[in-house]
Design a protein around this ligand. Structure first.
Ligand code: FES
Length: 172
């Protein structure tokens, strides 16, 4: 395409009639190819390094920001931090609040997980029918233990130990 830059075009009055759109056609074609390349990259994204939307590289750094890993942690060392009012967490469901997904798999039993999907780092966005869902690539995680149940994610959502303090679910 470098020869295009040396061709006569609409900006060059010396260009013969009927050839004024050469550069535009070539540039539009190049633009279309570029868009195709972008679409291809999105469509074939297989979790390669640096490809997650949160800007972290899970291939070399599989732990979500703010987490201490797949094992249970204590909300970054902030035991007692209120995560949510217990009344906001439906039995058999949950709520996404702050950096956490707080669930209540059974009445009176609360769990909290990182909201950062372990596949490529999107935030999970829904809790439906006993599953925590990431719509970036449709991974699903159990509200009971954060284990992946569908989609490309293979690692569980990191859990934060919680307890009930009065009417609130707090980091333990
Ligand atoms: S980032 Fe791919 S499924 Fe969540």
């Amino acid at each position: 395409m470098t020869d295009v830059q040396t061709r006569a075009d609409a900006d060059n009055p010396a260009e013969p009639a009927g050839t004024t759109s050469t550069r535009r056609v070539v540039l539009l074609s190049a633009g279309a190819l570029g868009a195709g390349a972008v679409l291809t990259a999105c469509g074939t994204d297989n979790g390669g390094p640096g490809s997650n939307p949160n800007g972290t590289d899970f291939d070399s750094n599989p732990v979500p920001a703010g987490s201490t890993g797949a094992q249970a942690d204590s909300a970054g060392g902030n035991a007692g931090t209120v995560l949510v009012a217990a009344s906001e967490v439906a039995v058999g469901g949950g709520v996404i609040k702050g950096d956490y997904v707080i669930t209540q798999p059974e009445k009176g039993s609360f769990k909290a997980f990182s909201k950062v999907c372990t596949h490529q780092g999107c935030d999970v966005t829904e809790i439906n029918d006993g599953s925590i869902l990431c719509r970036c690539h449709n991974s699903a995680f159990s509200i009971k233990d954060g284990q992946p149940t569908a989609g490309p994610a293979t690692q569980p959502l990191p859990e934060t130990k919680v307890s009930l303090d009065g009417d609130n679910v707090v980091a333990a």
